[in-house]
Design a protein around this ligand. Structure first.
Ligand SMILES: [Zn+2]
Length: 268
């Protein structure tokens, strides 16, 4: 992906203009959010509706598809009342990225429900404590495609705009916000992009009983090793349409391609 004249170009990147925008800004920060919505399309539609009084620069779908709603040098309305590093009103100083995600879930009997009543499978649920809360809660997980695209976009934006920090909505509005929350590997992305640590990898766990690991991104490629049992920890090396290249953490030198659907992010 590339940024030219404050517009993102590349594969699986679409443009749609939101009317919910202000004047020119000089971005200093990147702020991540979850949409707490049903789908990327429903969130995009809402963020382009004048009644929403809300917007963001980017929405990343669960398949990794990106939609840009405003140029990066134009103010969007994603942060609200907020503070960070001596700045207030972060809409005036930041780029906002929304990730399609149902947000915090509630356990009802055997199922996990979003606020809009849709039900999510166990494989898409993380039970974890938010850094600002005392008790653990249930959170909808992000896909490897989303995390891969978010990382690549953060790298590109940081290079072009010389950003000072990469933060969550919960960091800048801790009294009222919990997104993107503990299911999003913000610290890994921040460390990798801002170069504060070496060799930071995004870790995932296998959720299938046994997951085939192959030489290339497709079932036509041969297996490189025995199938990985549930719970195997792997590091994400590269993501492509429905497949990710991973590095098995417990074994030496096993690298290969697996189906994304059976990977779940491990919080830091
Ligand atoms: Zn938010």
């Amino acid at each position: 992906m590339k940024i030219e004249n404050h517009i993102l170009t590349g594969d699986d990147i679409a443009q749609r203009e939101t009317p919910n925008r202000g004047g020119p800004i000089t971005p200093e920060f990147l702020v991540f959010h979850f949409t707490a919505g049903r789908s990327a399309q429903s969130s995009i539609n809402w963020l382009c509706d004048v009644r929403a009084r809300a917007s963001a620069h980017i929405v990343i779908g669960r398949d990794g598809a990106i939609t840009q709603l405003a140029p990066f040098n134009i103010k969007t309305w994603h942060a609200g009342r907020s503070h960070w590093q001596g700045r207030s009103g972060l809409n005036n100083h930041s780029i906002g990225i929304e990730l399609d995600n149902a947000g915090r879930l509630t356990k009802v009997g055997n199922v996990h429900k979003a606020w809009f009543q849709d039900v999510y499978p166990e494989s898409e649920v993380l039970h974890a404590r938010h850094k600002l809360d005392a008790e653990p809660a249930f959170w909808h997980t992000f896909t490897p495609e989303q995390i891969g695209r978010a990382t690549a976009l953060a790298e590109e934006l940081t290079a072009v705009y010389d950003l000072k920090d990469i933060i969550g909505h919960d960091d800048i509005a801790p009294d009222r916000k919990r997104d993107p929350g503990p299911a999003f590997p913000l610290e890994n992305i921040r460390a990798r992009v801002l170069g504060r640590h070496e060799d930071v990898e995004e870790l995932f766990e296998v959720t299938a009983n046994f997951l085939n690991i192959r030489k290339g991104p497709g079932v036509e490629f041969g297996k490189v090793a025995d199938a990985l049992p549930a719970g195997t920890k792997v590091a994400l090396l590269e993501t492509r349409n429905r497949w990710s290249k991973i590095d098995v953490q417990q074994e030496n030198d096993i690298e290969g391609w697996v189906f994304n659907k059976y990977l779940k992010a491990i919080p830091e």
